[in-house]
Design a binder for this molecule. Structure first.
Ligand code: AMP
Length: 114
């Protein structure tokens, strides 16, 4: 199986700016940021997309959310950030290894006008 970009980053075969790492996931700066702060939280386990996650992944998915919180605090943006998960090519997913985008420093409220 060919490794995805994120597997290569996790295995240190490709460089990246790592802002957080533990035994279950890694958080890196996005190479093409869409906001002043744009971090990707990536599980070390390769789940191609959220819709392919299994019941057994439930604890891992919860862990990723807690890492979002931790990284947001670490970067001082805990009061205002957005998270995005693109699921599937038509939804804009380009890397088929589940990841959460953490975006901050830009107002995305227009996306969901009240
Ligand atoms: P998605 O389109 O949701 O699959 O998100 C993939 C993200 O990975 C995009 O925002 C890309 O800019 C980002 N990306 C691609 N290659 C790299 C890389 N080598 N290092 C960091 N981020 C990357």
């Amino acid at each position: 199986m060919t490794k995805t970009i994120f597997e290569k980053i996790i295995d240190r075969e490709l460089p990246s700016n790592i802002v957080y790492e533990d035994d279950k996931c890694i958080a890196i700066e996005d190479i093409a940021p869409k906001a002043p702060i744009h971090i990707l939280i990536i599980p070390k386990k390769s789940i191609p997309k959220l819709s392919e996650a299994k019941k057994a992944d439930e604890v891992l998915l919860g862990h990723l959310m807690m890492v979002v919180k931790k990284v947001a605090e670490q970067l001082g943006v805990q009061d205002a950030f957005n998270i995005v998960i693109n699921n599937g090519e038509k939804a804009g997913q380009t890397v088929f290894h589940l990841h959460i985008h953490l975006l901050a420093g830009k107002n995305f409220t227009d996306l969901f006008p009240g």
